[in-house]
Design a binder for this molecule. Structure first.
Ligand code: DGT
Ligand code: CA
Ligand code: CA
Ligand code: ZN
Length: 587
């Protein structure tokens, strides 16, 4: 079993125990172990084989140690099997819906026998759910919307969920005898925020059967769907499907281009080829005799003129290489032709992170620990932006508490010296009427103000837009945090006129955030592209709630690249003095 599958089993057990109403300490033990496993760089299998003591890992106690060993040995967890006897597994899916927690899921099951999303929908529609105490018509309507969101996402995986598989699959395929190169194409390579399936390519000359057989023997495969001499398909425990294609070296570039997609981009490139008498497909670029329509020539027709590299494919239609992130047929081909492709931002361009939480609200680590971790990541500055008091669940800070926090910020600054500059920030709630959850004197004394919506997300579009515009125009806001409030797979964006919001940000010189959390990635790629066109400042933040989250920055950078962003439009690529100049000029 791979780490990710062990983590998934423990997570499911925790979810089910929570629905069952088990002791919170017991549930936390599972979740702590999951967190540690998610962050491990070595496989548990290897650690156990090497005779390591797993209880030395943070968050892994004796019970979890036994669970992990049981999973490695048997592929099963008896505790999970026992829990499943009492609570149906499918209830976990219910708790994934926005507005349905473990308690509500349990109640729906106990009182109405609802076990699934389909069951919930039926129960809402026949009126039994709205009649249930503690539910009501309003909450039923909200649940219906959550069900729709859920359906739209079904079958797709977050990038962060897929990433560990990509690494282990690459490592595995590189071990296949005779394989000279392995790439992951498809939406993964285009850095899309969600992934339908993985598309692996392996370079190999000759009959590919042994390569495909090596592939289907991958440890994480639960099913082999296809296996032949040029391709194979496996399904992993999580349900993720993986395609493999074995490609001869001379075709590798053409195949990489073809299977990277997008389909729309491919069609456009192929059309350009046809105009030049070329047939472009996954096998290569071929010259077709005059008078013959390239689209009608079979697989072997025409004289090969390229396809070993992607560059050859692009060059055949007089284009420079185009970054995979841009290949959505959203203007990249025209931009390439006119030599105005963007120089895309890279993670190393970033000099700071301006949105993160500490133990003062819902973060796990102290201000000083976060600062040291940011310094280790090479940043010149960072901002602590804990919640304001409207977020009562996490103990959001009152004006008095904010001022107390500044004392600790100063102490932390003293402790870390000039390795990094700690900015005094807040994630201030945008209240229902668009006013801000801190008085103006506090806002004026903060170095950085991130303003975000965390409540009343079901307002209608006009009201929500007015609310956000009021905050943008307040004068005390520097950054609009996670501007549309979406949570991938859980909750769609609230109704909002993003165009109006971006225009207002431009006018008020407020930066918009790309929240790098892989479940948020908010703004999305299209909105980022629009912000770029308008010239709105963008900032890429992790919204970290623990040190490990600081590494999520890469997902935000990928989203920025999909939105064509260059470094100079991104606020946190600026050196500290320039950033401070901008911030202070606004106070
Ligand atoms: P996904 O898996 O839904 O996240 O998205 P993709 O883009 O990875 O799509 P997938 O796995 O169905 O196919 C991989 C690539 O193969 C796709 O991006 C472009 C190429 N491709 C697939 N089907 C066609 C097709 O009918 N025509 C063309 N031109 N290209 C295709
Ligand atoms: Ca795919
Ligand atoms: Ca595919
Ligand atoms: Zn927030």
């Amino acid at each position: 079993m791979e780490n990710i599958d062990i983590a998934r089993t423990l997570r499911e057990t925790a979810d089910l125990l929570e629905i069952q109403g088990a002791n919170p300490f017991r549930i936390r033990a599972y979740r702590n172990a999951v967190r540690t496993i998610d962050g491990l760089t070595r496989s548990l299998q290897d650690l156990v084989a090497a005779g390591d003591d797993l209880t030395e890992l943070q968050g892994v106690g004796r019970e979890m140690d036994l669970h992990i060993r049981e999973l490695l040995q048997t592929g099963q967890l008896s505790t999970l099997n026992a829990v499943v006897e009492e609570v149906p597994r499918t209830l976990v899916e219910l708790t994934r819906l926005d507005g349905v927690g473990p308690k509500k899921a349990k109640k729906l099951y106990d009182e109405l026998g609802i076990e699934s999303v389909e069951g919930l929908q039926a129960g809402i529609e026949d009126g039994s759910v709205p009649r249930l105490k503690g539910f009501g018509a309003r909450s039923a309507e909200k649940m219906l919307r959550a069900i729709e969101d859920h359906r739209r996402q079904q079958g797709r995986f977050l990038r962060s969920e897929v990433e560990p598989y990509v690494e282990s699959l690459m490592a595995w395929m590189e071990k296949a005898p005779g394989v000279t190169r392995v790439e992951v194409a498809g939406s993964w390579r285009r850095r899309r925020e969600t992934i339908g399936d993985l598309d692996l390519l392996a370079a190999f000359d000759g009959d590919g059967t042994p390569v495909v057989e090596h592939f289907t023997a991958f440890d994480g495969a639960v099913r082999v769907e296809a296996s032949g001499s040029t391709k194979g398909n496996i399904v992993l425990r999580s349900g993720l499907s993986v395609d493999l294609r074995v490609i001869p070296e001379e075709s590798f570039g053409a195949a990489l281009h073809y299977f990277t997609g997008s389909k729309e981009h491919n069609v456009h490139i192929r059309t350009l080829g046809v105009k030049r008498g070329l047939r472009i497909n996954e096998w290569g670029v071929f010259e077709v005799p005059e008078g013959v329509d390239p689209d009608t020539v079979g697989k072997d027709g025409g004289r090969r003129v390229g396809g070993r590299t992607e560059e050859e494919v692009f060059a055949s239609v007089d284009l420079p290489w185009i970054a995979p992130e841009l290949r959505e047929d959203r203007g990249e081909i025209g931009a390439a032709r006119e030599s105005r492709l963007p120089t895309l931002i890279e993670e190393r361009d970033l000099r700071g992170d301006l949105h993160m939480h500490s133990t003062w609200t819902d973060g796990r680590d102290s201000i000083e620990a976060m600062a040291r971790a940011c310094a280790e990541r090479g940043y010149a500055y960072m901002a602590i932006t804990d919640h304001s008091k409207a977020v009562t669940m996490v103990g959001g800070l009152t004006p008095e508490r904010v001022r107390e926090q500044w004392v600790e910020v100063a102490e932390a600054q003293e402790a870390v010296g000039d390795s990094i500059r700690i900015l005094r920030g807040q994630e201030v709630d945008i209240l229902r009427d668009g006013s801000l959850d801190q008085p103006d004197d506090v806002l004026a004394e903060l170095d950085v103000v991130v303003a975000s919506v965390h409540s009343f997300m079901d307002m209608d579009r006009d009201a929500m837009t007015a609310r956000v515009l009021t905050a943008i125009r307040h004068g005390g806001v520097d950054i609009l945090g996670h501007p549309t409030g979406r949570l991938l797979g859980r909750r769609v964006a609230y109704a909002l006129d993003v165009e109006a919001v971006l225009e207002a940000c431009l006018e008020a010189d407020v930066a918009v955030e790309i929240n790098a959390n892989p479940r948020r990635l908010d703004l999305n790629d299209r909105h980022v592209a629009r912000a770029r066109e308008l010239g709105v400042k963008v900032v890429i933040n992790t919204d970290a709630h623990r040190i490990g989250n600081l590494d999520l920055m890469r997902f935000g950078v990928e989203q920025a690249r999909r939105g064509w962003l260059e470094a100079d439009q991104v606020l946190n690529t600026r050196p500290l003095d320039e950033l401070l100049e901008w911030l202070q000029g606004r106070r």
